[in-house]
Design a binder for this molecule. Structure first.
Ligand code: GLA
Length: 385
């Protein structure tokens, strides 16, 4: 856990000023993977692991920033010529540039960043830093905050400054998260429904393979391009479709054979995953965790076989989880190629589960995993401690 009073002290030492503190959460996605950029449905929850920004305004249009995780100070001027640079502050430049382009009048600022979201683990540490910083800059400049617009600006920052053509899920839930709820997000209309989670009976446990994922390595963008190719080809048979969201499963069955095999598998994943996400929400609302868990396993199999974004370590972890007592379901979560699994575990069996994953994963891979028993938390906010 991050101590806000000690963050304020560090800020005072570095900047000589008093800070306002803002924070935004990481996220775990329960189901609905690689559907967001296909205008589909996702079901993430905001985590109690958060990124904190201690901030004070400056009048000279300069951003001066520090991180508790990286040495040194980074400085840049707010202006239309902000460009990506390969240092830890790239996400800060990105969100500042995108907000300026949206015609917000930002002030310069001193910013100190701290975070307890593991980096590169698929828990949206970068969305959290973009959202927390964007929120801080808007609040310091006394600009109005529209959380959906902030999420969209943070998504553009990721596209333009990190090179990942991500969907809206991570930034959206980091802005809008609701404590003790997952959010069913319609990634086309950008509306959500908060779905209650019963943490007395069941816990969401995240298991980190410790294999760092790199979404910008091209695989992610390639999946997105394959989905777009699927839409272009299917539109020849189904005029009017704009995204895979618009394709019914029965329609897809009629025309699947006309697609190149790889594109067909990618589309099959997205179309069935959208169905699973909606069915999973119904199951959760009926407290039917058996069905929810079955859908999680089916999602994992589809991501492994059809979408090909899993990896041996993620598969091993899901396999071990499936053999544990008290586990309703398990699957990889986030972009894939490493990162974490998400597991739905009976509360009384959580300790036993963590032990079994640790031993089993170590025996299979030689790697010691990390497990986090999650609390769900709220979206971006100012901290008043
Ligand atoms: C990453 C992206 C999201 C989403 C997931 C996969 O986390 O940032 O937009 O596409 O992968 O569901």
């Amino acid at each position: 856990m991050i101590s806000i009073p000690s963050l304020r002290n560090k800020f005072r030492t570095l900047s000589g000023r008093e800070a306002r503190v803002f924070s935004a959460p990481g996220r775990v996605n329960l189901i609905g993977e690689h559907t967001d950029y296909n205008d589909g449905f996702v079901l993430p929850m905001a985590l109690d692991q958060r990124t904190y920004v201690a901030a004070a305004a400056r009048e000279d249009g300069v951003i001066r920033c520090w991180s508790t995780h990286y040495p040194g100070e980074v400085r840049f001027h707010l202006g239309p010529d902000l460009k990506p640079a390969p240092d830890w502050a790239n996400h800060l430049r990105g969100i500042a540039a995108c907000l300026l382009r949206d015609e917000y009048h930002l002030k310069g600022a001193d910013l100190l960043i701290d975070s307890d979201i593991p980096i590169g683990a698929g828990l949206s540490s970068s969305a959290a830093i973009e959202v927390a910083t964007g929120y801080a800059l808007l609040k310091l400049a006394e600009e109005p905050v529209d959380l959906v617009d902030l999420a969209l600006a943070a998504q553009r920052a990721e596209h333009e400054f990190a090179g990942t053509k991500c969907g809206i899920m991570d930034q959206y839930v980091s802005c809008m998260g609701v404590e003790n709820h997952a959010l069913l997000i319609d990634c086309r209309s950008l509306e959500y429904r908060a779905v209650p989670l019963d943490f007395a009976r069941t816990r969401v446990v995240i298991c980190n393979t410790m294999i760092r994922h790199e979404l910008a390595d091209g695989e992610y963008n390639q999946r997105r391009a394959e989905c777009e190719e699927g839409v272009r080809r299917l539109a020849g048979h189904l005029p009017g479709i704009l995204a895979l969201r618009d394709v019914e499963h029965e329609e897809f069955d009629l025309y699947a054979d006309s697609l190149p095999p790889r594109v067909m598998r990618r589309c099959n994943h997205v179309i069935t995953e959208n169905m699973r996400a909606l069915e999973a929400v119904k199951a959760l609302e009926h407290q039917d965790l058996t069905t929810f868990g079955r859908l999680m396993y089916a999602s994992h199999a589809s991501l492994r076989e059809d979408y090909e974004v899993s990896c041996p370590e993620l598969n091993a972890m899901v396999e071990i989880a499936s053999q544990c007592d008290g586990v309703h379901g398990a699957r990889m979560t986030g972009g894939g190629f490493g990162g974490c699994t998400v597991n739905l575990v009976e509360t009384a069996k959580v300790d036993q589960f963590v032990q079994a994953i640790t031993n089993g994963y170590q025996a299979k891979t030689g790697i010691t995993p990390e497990c986090y028993v999650c609390q769900s938390s709220g979206g971006v906010r100012e901290e008043h401690l």
